[in-house]
Design a binder for this molecule. Structure first.
Ligand code: AKG
Ligand code: FE2
Length: 540
């Protein structure tokens, strides 16, 4: 959290002077598929699951009806049959009884056979078929697994606690089932991340027995499947003795299973070739990645001190009436946090409009290949001049920055998905650097580079989701209504590598932000290029 020790006097905040709000006309356009990249686009999935449950209820009703018919008829049939049990001839001597027996056996039991044959649930099955399109895809599951793993890895969360829903010391009312854990373990094994796969998969066996009591057979993970995958991943990790134990356990359940038999032979051979086994503990490969991104997101990098808060009265004339509550985050690079720059109403209007139109957020430098997303979020672009709300926000950005926004980019509203993040990047292009090869460069270059960024936070995030400046250790935690501002370019016009930043994975919460990237060309007289000077505050 931005330092709490910094305080303001009693002057009114910026929002007190903002103008009366106008309504935004909400448009509708199809929402792009791919669920797990934005929590908001997952909301319909909850609805869908509700429909599926109702459908299952109808199936249960149909089953109950059928069962009820059978149950109600059995006593009647049995009592008729038992009438002839003591003295069969006497019973059959009554023609009504003997006739009825013949007829029943000739006709009724064929009807019962037909009745048994009739499937229950055909219409419910058809319903499911019509909803298949809306169900999450393999890719969605892949992304969700990646997100969960990212959260656990980035923050070094204790895996067993995490599975039980205890996150950073807080117990949530949720936990992972064996099916959930197996899906993540399987995903990691497929991705050749066997050390991590082992960690996840070995959490399953102890939990399975308990789960067998409550989860129906067709939904539980089969013990043999877990043993097989765990043995395979141990083998990849060269944990031969562990693999052998698992394979033997598997063979106790399925003695003829060809995979178990083959893997066992292979393991035995490998063990023979390794006469002096290296103690498995000493060759442990799983070393936490100590990259700067992880350290920053985990809050392990020292923050700068000796900063203060102040009221900005000067960037534009309007600020004399409505100064901005400004908190310095750092001086080199210069980053400030503005408090109370968006109202709750404005935020909800922005989110409502964006939520209906989200598209996968791409980056200029990283193409969104299916399995390599440096950015896992969905976005919506607002035309700055489109309506009163966006025009008002644009004026506010002018007040915050002193810049001319005429040619600057549209406002981009972003929502992050499961473990959603944005890896370390810089917002500037450095068009002139020669490394820049994108097609749109010519048009983009005409507007100039991204001289500065304003990043609005539209929501608080319960855990995770900080914006971190990885080279200088600034961490800014999202708080609804605040915004950070920084210059991407040094005064000589070159990109400032100290502004490299990342969005840490969201752990718990739905993170919404809005960015405004300000282009350079229009600022030629506002912030002229100078040979070299850094760390100056907005035009004052
Ligand atoms: O969401 C964040 O915290 C940062 C977003 C960002 O850096 C970007 O959109 O360029
Ligand atoms: Fe950025």
């Amino acid at each position: 959290m931005a330092s709490k020790s910094k305080e303001w006097g009693r002057l009114p905040g910026y929002l007190l002077a903002t103008l009366i709000l106008s309504t935004v006309v909400l448009g509708k356009s199809p929402v792009e598929k791919s669920h797990s990249l934005s929590l908001v686009t997952m909301v319909p999935l909850l609805e869908l699951e509700r429909k599926l449950i109702d459908n299952l209820v109808n199936h249960a009703k149909a089953l109950e009806e059928k069962l009820q018919t059978v149950r109600s008829q059995i006593p009647l049939m049995r009592s008729e049959n038992e009438k002839g049990k003591l003295d069969a001839i006497s019973y059959l001597s009554n023609p009504l009884n003997s006739f009825s027996l013949i007829r029943r056996l000739h006709q009724d039991w064929f009807q019962w056979r037909k009745f048994m044959e009739q499937p229950v649930g055909v219409s419910q099955m058809r319903n499911i078929d019509t909803w298949l399109e809306e169900l999450p895809t393999k890719m969605d599951l892949w992304e969700a697994c990646t997100g969960v793993v990212r959260i656990q890895r980035t923050y070094n969360l204790d895996l067993s606690d995490f599975i039980k829903g205890k996150i950073n010391g807080k117990q949530y009312n949720s936990s992972m089932s064996c099916g959930d854990i197996f899906a993540v373990g399987h995903h990691l094994a497929k991705e050749n991340r066997s050390a991590e796969a082992v960690q996840w998969l070995q959490e399953i066996p102890n939990r399975l027995q308990e789960e067998f009591l409550v989860v129906p057979k067709h939904l539980t993970v089969e013990e043999v499947e877990v043993l097989k995958l765990l043995a395979e991943t141990h083998l990849k990790e060269e944990h031969y003795t562990k693999a052998l134990v698992l394979l033997d356990n598997g063979l106790k359940i399925k003695p003829q299973d060809s995979t178990f038999l083959r893997l066992r032979r292979k393991t035995k051979n490998l063990l023979k070739k390794q006469p002096v086994p290296i103690p498995e503990k000493t060759k442990k490969k799983e070393v936490p990645v100590r990259d700067i991104y992880k350290l920053s997101c985990g809050g392990m990098i020292k923050k700068p001190s000796k900063l203060h808060c102040f009221y900005n009265f000067t960037t534009t004339a309007f600020l004399r009436l409505a100064p901005l509550k400004t908190e310095q985050i750092g001086l080199n690079p210069y980053v400030v946090l503005y408090h109370e720059v968006l109202s709750a109403r404005e935020i909800s209007m922005l989110i409502n409009k964006a939520a209906r139109n989200m598209k996968i957020a791409t980056t200029y430098t990283v193409y969104p290949t299916k399995k390599n997303r440096g950015r896992t979020a969905k976005a919506y672009w607002f035309n700055k001049e489109n309506n009163k709300l966006t025009r008002r926000i644009t004026r506010r950005i002018q007040d915050m920055t002193g810049f001319d926004l005429t040619d600057s980019e549209e406002l981009q509203v972003i929502n992050y998905g499961i473990g959603g993040h944005y890896l370390t990047h810089s917002d500037y292009f450095n068009f002139a650097s020669g490394n820049y090869t994108r097609k749109q460069t010519r048009q983009g270059a005409a507007l100039g580079d991204r001289i500065a960024t304003v990043l609005f936070y539209l929501t608080d995030v319960e855990q995770g989701g900080a914006t971190v400046f990885v080279n200088v250790g600034y961490s800014i935690y999202p708080r609804a209504g605040t915004a950070i501002f920084w210059y991407n370019l040094n005064s000589d016009g070159n990109g400032d590598p100290l502004t490299k930043h990342a969005a840490c994975p969201v752990i718990v919460g739905s993170k919404w932000v809005m960015t405004e990237w300000i282009r350079e060309r229009r600022q030629i007289f506002i912030r002229p290029c100078l040979p070299s000077s850094k760390g100056t505050s907005p035009k004052s």
